[in-house]
Design a protein around this ligand. Structure first.
Ligand SMILES: [Fe+2]
Length: 301
């Protein structure tokens, strides 16, 4: 685990490894009280970190396993109040709901359920819900919550306006770009969310999977949108060249070289790429990204 002191108040914590989608980077905020956001350092390191830091609040940006698995350690090793996004609470409190709204009826459903249980998914019992209007007045009044759905139904980013710092969670500001591999993801919402965050005054972004971004922030948002736009363009070109949907997915929408990956991950990557393809196909049928977001044309130049 690596700790980077960002300001007197904010420490960025990164796990040693993020393989297999089981951990993510997060932040520890020392304000009126100590608040941890998305501090999922993996099953080995998280309990020790919670015991050492003794947070008074623990927050997650969204329900995905790599962001939520650490919550099961919070109550065991601290007295922290756990906050989850209101609209995503059902994913965290019911394995059946989680399964139905992720793998659903896909062929991977059985493997995905085993994978989820093996990683330690536990139905949450003690938690509080937050939404964009929640204020952490008694704990960290400087935090502003910004709803940034699309990657998940209620993904939330955390903004520190005084210091112009943004914790952007899984907005896709990494070299892979935005991910939308479940049916509950939404490309148009992702675009709205990116444009919303791009409109904020920000000097520094802390991401869940792409490290710390200190410069060229507007360019990085444009690149983020560029990833989605290029995927759409590629799919259209391949369809026009007569390629089948199956071949396009096999070549990769988000994940290439899937055949080299071991099971069950290979099946998951195939399912996620299929779903991402479906999201693009739906949007292309509606007229494509540029029809809904003509303003991105200038950004992508
Ligand atoms: Fe995520």
């Amino acid at each position: 685990m690596k700790r980077i002191r960002i300001t007197q108040q904010i420490t960025y914590v990164e796990p040693d490894s993020m393989t297999d989608f089981t951990s993510c980077a997060g932040i520890i905020v020392q304000s009126k009280k100590k608040v941890m956001i998305d501090v999922n350092m993996g099953a080995r390191e998280t309990p020790g970190l919670i015991k050492e830091e003794k947070p008074e609040a623990a927050i997650i940006t969204h329900y995905h396993l790599d962001h939520s698995l650490w919550t099961r350690h919070v109550k065991r090793f601290s007295d922290a109040v756990l906050f989850v996004p209101e609209a995503e609470a059902p994913y965290l409190t019911s394995l059946d709901f989680f399964m139905e709204h992720t793998a659903g009826q896909c062929s991977i459903a059985g493997k995905w359920k085993n994978f989820t249980k093996n990683l330690g998914y536990k139905e949450l019992k003690n938690y509080e819900c937050y939404n964009e209007h929640t204020s952490f007045q008694d704990m960290a009044p400087e935090i502003v919550l910004i709803e940034t759905p699309g990657h998940s139904p209620s993904h939330t980013s955390f903004y520190f306006p005084d210091e112009k710092i943004l914790f952007s969670g899984d907005m896709g500001l990494d070299r892979f770009g935005p991910w939308y591999g479940w049916a509950d993801c939404n490309i148009k919402q992702i675009l709205d969310s990116i444009l919303r965050l791009d409109g904020l005054a920000v000097n520094l972004i802390l991401t869940s999977h792409g490290g710390v971004i200190k410069k060229d922030i507007q360019k990085r948002w444009a690149q983020c949108i560029g990833h989605i736009f290029k995927r759409e363009e590629k799919i259209i070109q391949k369809l026009e060249a007569g390629m089948s949907r199956q071949d396009i997915i096999q070549q990769g929408v988000f994940f290439s070289n899937k055949e080299k990956v071991k099971e069950p991950m290979q099946s998951f990557l195939n399912a996620w790429d299929t779903i991402m393809y479906n999201h693009h196909e739906d949007l292309i049928k509606e007229g494509g990204l540029m029809k809904f977001f003509p303003e991105i044309k200038a950004m992508l130049k």
